[in-house]
Design a protein around this ligand. Structure first.
Ligand SMILES: Nc1ncnc2c1ncn2[C@@H]1O[C@H](COP(=O)(O)OP(=O)(O)OP(=O)(O)O)[C@@H](O)[C@H]1O
Ligand SMILES: [Mg+2]
Length: 112
């Protein structure tokens, strides 16, 4: 199993959720987060210098998926979240050791 964490532009959430639904990915955690990448958030020139104005609002999605579906999920995320402009976001992938459904104690891929 892999955990796929995607940080996306908030206005892309609906389109990303549609694309996950279309490929049958059901379990997802969504959080409102703030962050910046290499442009350090919005920048504004003031007296000849650039100042960091703020951390920008983003949406973080976390999905744990079967190993065999990792690449398909990443493709769906990239295709639905990309505008081609800076700030489109990032995807991080982690190996998952275990998943447990609390209700019935099912384990591994049958728990996700
Ligand atoms: N190395 C990182 N570690 C953790 N979070 C990150 C990292 N890079 C980006 N993020 C998160 O992803 C969000 C979007 O990053 P962003 O798309 O601006 O990355 P970038 O590397 O600056 O790429 P681009 O040049 O396309 O803007 C950030 O606001 C931050 O929340
Ligand atoms: Mg950036």
């Amino acid at each position: 199993m892999f955990k796929i964490e995607a940080i996306i532009q908030p206005f892309k959430l609906d389109s990303v959720r549609e694309s996950l639904k279309a490929i049958g990915i059901d379990g997802v955690t969504v959080s409102e987060v703030r962050g910046h990448g290499r442009q350090l958030g919005h920048k504004e020139v003031y007296r000849g210098r650039e100042y960091d104005i703020d951390l920008l609002p983003k949406i973080k999605l976390e999905m744990v998926v079967p190993a065999a579906r990792k690449d398909e999920v990443i493709k769906a995320l990239v295709d639905s979240a990309r505008t081609g402009k800076i700030g489109d976001g990032k995807i991080f992938v982690y190996e998952v050791i275990e998943a447990i459904r609390i209700r019935d104690d099912s384990r591994g891929e049958s728990a996700i």
